[in-house]
Design a protein around this ligand. Structure first.
Ligand code: ADP
Ligand code: MG
Length: 585
């Protein structure tokens, strides 16, 4: 039931204008809300979920509105034909603007959006082409089969259909392979790129999608208002859309609708009441809105929606008989999988990794050990393209990894876990695991929006479920990832890595935080993987775990290699005993 009431509320809003005696004024207000909601849905993807704050969405409304205004008024196009043009104009503009501004991060990005939104406003307001401050009027109304949609009620039909389409497309997009890469941008970008996600591309995609939704809203606005001028596409409007997203709950599709509704209605009421109360004309509502925003951010930083809905994410249905994904061939046992020589990394004056050399052969479990700060995790980062070595060679199956970005290293078959767990907090365990299979799927954004990706998604999730069962966490599949104990989250990371179908598995302290029997189960799993031909490089502090499991050890201290060999030889090595192991066991 809890899942249904937002739908019921939406249905009620859509039914309202058709009831007899409903004032036109209300219907007009609903039209305004619907158009705003479409813009805010884009902001949900971009800001709430993708983590990129944009003050500039109103500019993209402007692109859509001016595109249709110019083509219909000056060139006599049918409004229906201008819609794809409006979307394309905004899409191309977003790609260009995005290519420049999306390199910025955090506050700088937000400032960047402020900058171009202000400049675009002046472009609209100062060029003859856009009709300067007067804008363009006498825009034709939409018409269906000769029937002109000039009254608010008829137009509402179009707006409502537009809102429904935007909701469906957005939900489809978010629940897909591309959607997971957008959802991983906030906080999980390093992990996602280590599984092949092209994170810059995911950012652009979210940006273009939001821009196109805004342009669609602008197109609707132009044919409702029948005239355009620069004011509704300026910075104030951009701030208001962001306010709607934040108030409603920026990370939630239903929050977009709630925010658009609340802000539009409150704004309308305040514009009416405040001047009478204060006894003077002016945009006093802006001041009140500022105060409301601060209050909401204090009391409900996630917005209002999460406080209204306690619905847990729906359990994902796994199609167990989905055809399994193709698997790579494992190299023959004994093949040199990893050959590292002269590897070096400095941070300022600190030599974190100093001329490290070692090899790992197919079907081996090699332990990389050493005290805290020895340079083990940095070595992992160098091997996986997360960081660039200052010098040295890394050969993976005779191919150099130096200079490759993380996603290219992943593509070759190198998967890893992180010492500091990197799971996407807003996603369930199984969705996080499915990110590991990113490279084994191909569906793009358009296919996802149109739901053409279901067969592939079924295969990816069947694989994720299989790997989750393999590490013993099947019963946690639908739990929010960060609700698990930290030790279990590390094991989720192993399942995610296995989803890549790796040749080489790099595990950074996988047993930390596990209980005794969980460690034993992990050791059994790693032995089984080795038996199946996988090659494993392992950083771990638990000496019993390491000594019993590994074929060979590489010992590091202060960035340099102290020793290399079997557990027995390393244990007897005087340098190792002195630096690390203490008295011989
Ligand atoms: P380990 O994993 O063996 O505990 P790390 O590889 O994490 O060691 O760290 C090795 C050394 O490099 C430490 O002294 C650490 O402080 C330093 N270090 C690691 N990453 C960075 C970084 N991004 N910037 C500066 N120093 C770093
Ligand atoms: Mg470490």
């Amino acid at each position: 039931m809890t899942r249904l009431w937002p739908l019921a509320a939406l249905a009620a809003c859509i039914a309202l204008p058709w009831l007899p005696g409903v004032p036109v004024f209300w219907i007009t207000l609903l039209n305004t809300i619907g158009i705003a909601a479409i813009v805010v849905l884009g902001l949900v993807v971009l800001t709430g979920i993708g983590g990129m704050t944009s003050f500039g969405q109103a500019s993209f409304l402007g692109f859509g509105a001016y595109a249709t205004a110019i083509l219909t008024v000056r060139y006599g196009w049918s409004p229906w034909l201008t819609l794809p043009v409006a979307l394309a104009v905004a899409g191309v503009a977003a790609m260009l603007i995005g290519a420049v501004t999306l390199r910025l991060s955090g506050h700088y990005l937000a400032l960047g959006t402020l900058a171009w939104s202000v400049s675009l406003y002046y472009v609209f307001a100062n060029l003859d082409f856009f009709g300067r401050n007067d804008g363009i009027s006498a825009i034709p109304p939409l018409s269906i089969a000769g029937y002109r949609l000039t009254d608010a009620r008829a137009y509402f039909g179009v707006v409502a259909a537009g809102v429904i389409v935007a909701i469906v497309l957005t939900r489809n997009l978010l629940d897909s392979r591309v959607g997971r890469s957008i959802r991983a941008l906030r906080g999980g970008a390093i992990a996602a790129s280590s599984f092949g996600v092209d994170t810059p591309r995911a950012r652009i995609l979210a940006f273009v999608y939001a821009a196109m939704l805004a342009a669609f809203a602008g197109w609707l606005y132009a044919h409702m208002q029948r005239s355009v001028n620069p004011t509704p596409f300026g910075l104030n409007a951009g701030i208001e859309y962001l306010l709607m997203a934040v108030m409603g709950g920026a990370a939630h599709v239903w929050g977009a609708l709630l925010g658009a509704g609340l802000v539009t209605i409150v704004n309308d009421r305040l514009q009416d009441i405040l001047p009478r109360l204060i006894g003077a004309q002016g945009s006093f509502e802006t001041i009140v809105f500022g105060a409301i925003l601060v209050a909401v951010l204090q009391a409900a930083p996630e917005g209002l929606w999460p406080h209204l809905s306690r619905a847990r994410p729906r359990a994902r249905r796994i199609v167990n008989d989905a055809p399994p994904l193709p698997m790579r061939d494992m190299p023959a046992p004994g093949t040199a999988v990893l050959q590292v020589a002269g590897l070096r990394k400095t941070f300022g004056g600190l030599v974190a990794v100093n001329d490290i050399a070692f090899t790992v052969a197919a079907g081996e479990i090699v332990g990389l050990i050493g005290p805290n700060g020895a340079g083990k995790s940095t070595t992992f980062n160098l091997l996986t393209g997360v960081a660039r070595p200052g010098a040295g060679q890394i050969l993976f199956l005779a191919q150099s990894l130096v200079g490759l970005p993380a996603r290219a290293v992943a593509r070759l078959g190198v998967a890893r876990s992180f010492q500091h767990v990197k799971l996407v907090a807003s996603m369930s365990v199984i969705e996080n695991v499915a990110i590991g299979a990113h490279l084994r799927g191909h569906a793009g954004a358009l296919g996802a929006m149109l739901r053409l990706d279901r067969a592939e998604e079924a295969r990816l999730f069947a694989e994720a479920a299989r790997q989750l069962a393999r590490v013993g966490l099947a019963s946690f599949a639908d739990r929010p990832a960060t609700s698990l104990a930290l030790g279990q989250q590390r094991v989720v990371e192993i399942a995610r890595a296995l989803c890549l179908d790796p040749v080489l598995l790099l595990l950074d302290e996988p047993a930390a935080g596990l209980r005794h029997h969980e460690k034993a189960a992990l050791a059994t799993l790693l032995r089984l993987l080795r038996h199946q031909g996988m090659t494993i490089l392992l950083v771990e502090h638990d000496m019993d775990f390491v000594m019993n499991l590994t074929d060979r050890l590489v010992v590091m201290d202060f960035g340099t290699k102290l020793a290399e060999g079997t557990a027995a030889t390393v244990r007897r090595d005087p340098a190792v005993i002195e630096a690390y192991l203490g008295a011989p066991a």
